[in-house]
Design a protein around this ligand. Sequence first.
Ligand SMILES: CC(C)(COP(=O)(O)OP(=O)(O)OC[C@H]1O[C@@H](n2cnc3c(N)ncnc32)[C@H](O)[C@@H]1OP(=O)(O)O)[C@@H](O)C(=O)NCCC(=O)NCCS
Length: 208
Amino acid sequence: MRYLIESMTIHDIPRVIEIEKLAYPTSQWPQSAYRRELQENQWAYYFVLRDLTYEKQITSDKNGLDNKSHKLFSFLSPKNAAGNPKSDSIVGYAGLWLTVDESHITTIATHPEWQGKGLGELMLIHLIDTSLNIGGFRMTLEVRVSNFVAQNLYRKYGFTAVSTRPRYYSDNNEDAYIMWTTDIRTQNYREMVENHRTKLINRLIQEG
Ligand SMILES: CC(C)(COP(=O)(O)OP(=O)(O)OC[C@H]1O[C@@H](n2cnc3c(N)ncnc32)[C@H](O)[C@@H]1OP(=O)(O)O)[C@@H](O)C(=O)NCCC(=O)NCCS
C-alpha cells in the first residue's frame, strides 16, 4: 500500500503549513488556526495523506539507512516531529466541520508535485466517507470562481454551485462559489462514489 490517510495531529502542522504555502500561495492559515481546530473544535475532522514510498526514499537519503533500518527508525522516532521522515511523507491534507447534519469542507490540498495523480480525489472520497460516518448528509464548500481545477473535482462528486459569496477571499477580493451536494446517503450518490472509487483504485494500483 503506497498511500495512507490518517487523522492529522499537531505534530503534522509544520508540514501541512509547508504544503499550504505551495498550494495556496496567496493565503494560508496560521499554525495557531490548525492547532485550535485540532485541539478545541470537537466538530472538526482533519486528515493527512502520506506517500509511504516518499517516506522511504527520503529516510534512506537523509540517513543512509536500508529499508529494514528505516522501519525501525520510523517506529522509534518521535511521531512526526517537523522535518523528520514521517512528517515529510505527508503529501496532502483535507478537513471538514460537521454542523448538525451538514459537512463543510474547510480545506483540501495536494502538494504541487503530487497533483494530477488522483490524490485530491482520494482525499475527497475520504471526506465523503467520513461525512457518512459522522452523520453529515449534505456537503458544502466555498471555492474561488477562478479555481477551475478544484471545481472540476467537486463537480465530479456531485457538487453544484448554488450561489456566490461576493469578495469572499480577502487577498484579492475574489468571489466564491458556494457548492452543495444533494443527500449523500441516496443510492444514486453512493453508486456514483463507488464507481469513481473503483476506477481510482485501479488507476492508483496501475501507477504503482
Ligand atoms: C484542487 C486539488 C486539491 C486537486 O487535487 P489533485 O490531487 O491535483 O487532483 P486529482 O489528480 O485527484 O484530480 C481529480 C479531479 O480534479 C480535476 N482536475 C485535476 N487536475 C486538473 C487539471 N489540471 N485541469 C482540470 N481539472 C483537473 C479533474 O476533475 C480530476 O478528475 P479526472 O482525473 O477524472 O479528470 C489540487 O489541485 C490543489 O491542491 N490545489 C491547490 C489548493 C486548492 O485549490 N484547493 C481547493 C480549495 S477550494
